[in-house]
Design a binder for this molecule. Structure first.
Ligand code: SF4
Ligand code: SF4
Length: 104
């Protein structure tokens, strides 16, 4: 049985939860982050070895953008997703994969 949700008028729907973000396609624009109110995603740096690095506060005096080659969005709290799909609708590179989830 898939997890179902209820709309305001009590209609049942099947949420499509965020499963993954395509790291190759992502350009780190941050649009998906801005429309997600659930803290599911986070912008990370990718260093020259392809490893993810945390992005410190850009206003921090220790901030050093030489530590990474590019930025990408990653899933950090998949369990917070409510499956509305706003992130996918604003992505210019079609990076997000969504799917229903099975109830435990
Ligand atoms: S589907 Fe909605 S809650 Fe889930 S990551 Fe995308 S914007 Fe956030
Ligand atoms: S909207 Fe798409 S391209 Fe932009 S950061 Fe999110 S996943 Fe990456």
């Amino acid at each position: 049985m898939p997890i179902t949700g209820l709309t305001r008028d009590g209609t049942t729907y099947i949420p499509e939860f965020l499963v993954s973000i395509d790291a190759e396609s992502c350009i780190g624009c941050g649009r998906c982050f801005k429309v997600c109110g659930r803290g599911v995603m986070s912008l990370k740096g990718v260093d020259e070895d392809g490893e993810l690095v945390d992005l410190e506060d850009e206003g921090d005096e220790d901030y050093d953008d030489d530590e990474f080659e590019r930025k990408i969005m990653v899933v950090v709290n998949a369990g917070n997703c409510i499956g509305g799909g706003a992130c996918a609708r604003v992505c210019p590179k079609d990076c997000h994969e969504h799917a229903p989830a099975e109830a435990a």
